[in-house]
Design a protein around this ligand. Structure first.
Ligand SMILES: Cc1ncc(COP(=O)(O)O)c(C=O)c1O
Length: 339
């Protein structure tokens, strides 16, 4: 049996929707982007969604929208993808990395709550919102520091948007749902933040069609109509995708001890080193084997011993939206953990 690291599920009806879109000639800023934003905001239980071309862009815009003094630092766990840190840098801020706990989430006891912290940016690794996010949120609130969640992995996780002023998602090809390979968005209840984001992603513009005004700084970070069409189709199936992942995880749970048990199973993380008995099985990519402070783009001497030990010491079993129980059983029978 061939088990790829991931598999994308696309409803064939989307082809008709795309054909209709192409013949309409309205490829950007039309009703599909607006509809996708309304529906994703509703799904997340937030007032506003602003789509972008990626989660990296959404994070950058979110940070810019918060208008934090430029001499403040942004707190980020060292166990994340480079995009989290690059978004902070792109917005003009310095990053303070924090070590993790053995469960792969930020160790909130290691945050140095000095006056120069401007923003706390937790990352919901593997689609899991850590239980201590509530405590983190309370500490941030007590210190009058805003929170921005990097929820690139946490689609459909009930409380993913509950702890932060703004939450960002990725719709990259390998995520739980995609908008044609690339895409992202932010959600918020703050009307001013949503308005800033709408303008910034589109050259700082307001206005419709041929008449507009450039009101401030901006870029071109927009989602296309075709991306939104695919996103709308994926969104109608998201609950089914989530349910299937939970079913597959319950099969894996008979043999493995997952690091995260309450998330969306974007990743099924297992500690240790894998041994694969059959050739056709390819594991999913880990999140992330090399912490940020070990990449050459990072300049700094601070040590992060838990991340150094834990990040390279895990692997991710293949899991996808339409994985069958037969496939999961085959993986379970042929992958072993070497401690
Ligand atoms: C934790 C995290 N944040 C941000 C991003 C960036 O997402 P995008 O590729 O949509 O820019 C990723 C991408 O995988 C990610 O894993």
């Amino acid at each position: 049996m061939i088990i790829p690291p991931q598999r994308i599920t696309v409803n064939p009806n989307v082809l008709q929707d795309l054909e209709r879109l192409l013949s309409s000639g309205q490829l950007s800023f039309d009703k599909n982007v607006k509809r996708f934003e309304d529906e994703w905001a509703r799904y997340c239980g937030r007032k506003y969604c602003v789509t972008t071309n990626s989660c990296t862009s959404a994070l950058e815009i979110a940070i810019r929208a918060m208008d934090i003094p430029k001499d403040k630092r942004i707190v980020v766990p060292t166990n994340t993808y480079g995009a989290t840190v690059q978004a902070c840098w792109n917005a003009g801020y310095t990053v303070e990395l924090v070590d993790i706990e053995p469960d792969m989430n930020m160790d909130i006891t290691k945050i140095d709550w000095g006056d120069d912290i401007g923003l706390i940016l937790p990352v919901f690794i593997g689609g899991n919102v850590p239980l201590r996010t509530q405590e983190l949120c309370e500490r941030a609130y007590d210190n009058d520091i805003p929170m921005l969640a990097d929820s690139a992995h946490a689609h459909g996780v009930k409380d993913a948007t509950n702890y932060s002023d703004i939450t960002c998602f990725s719709f990259y090809a390998t995520k739980l749902m995609t908008t044609f390979g690339e895409g992202g968005c932010l959600v918020t209840d703050d009307e001013d933040i949503a308005e800033f984001a709408r303008q910034y992603r589109h050259h700082g513009r307001t206005g419709e069609g041929m008449f507009w005004t450039h009101r401030g700084p901006g870029a071109n970070m927009c989602m296309t109509e075709a991306q939104a069409v695919v996103g709308l189709s994926q969104l109608t199936e998201l609950d089914r995708f989530l349910a299937n992942r939970r079913k597959i995880a319950s099969i894996y749970n008979q043999e493995f001890e997952p690091v995260f048990e309450n998330g969306n199973y974007y990743k099924y993380l297992v500690k240790g080193t894998p041994s694969i008995r059959k050739k056709g099985i390819t594991l999913a990519s880990p999140v992330y084997p090399t912490p940020i402070h070990k990449h050459p783009f990072w300049r700094g001497n601070k040590r992060y011993p838990v991340a150094d030990h834990e990040c390279p010491n895990h692997f991710c079993l293949p899991i996808y939206n339409d994985m069958t129980p037969e496939e999961a059983n085959y993986v379970m029978d042929n992958v072993e953990v070497v401690k």
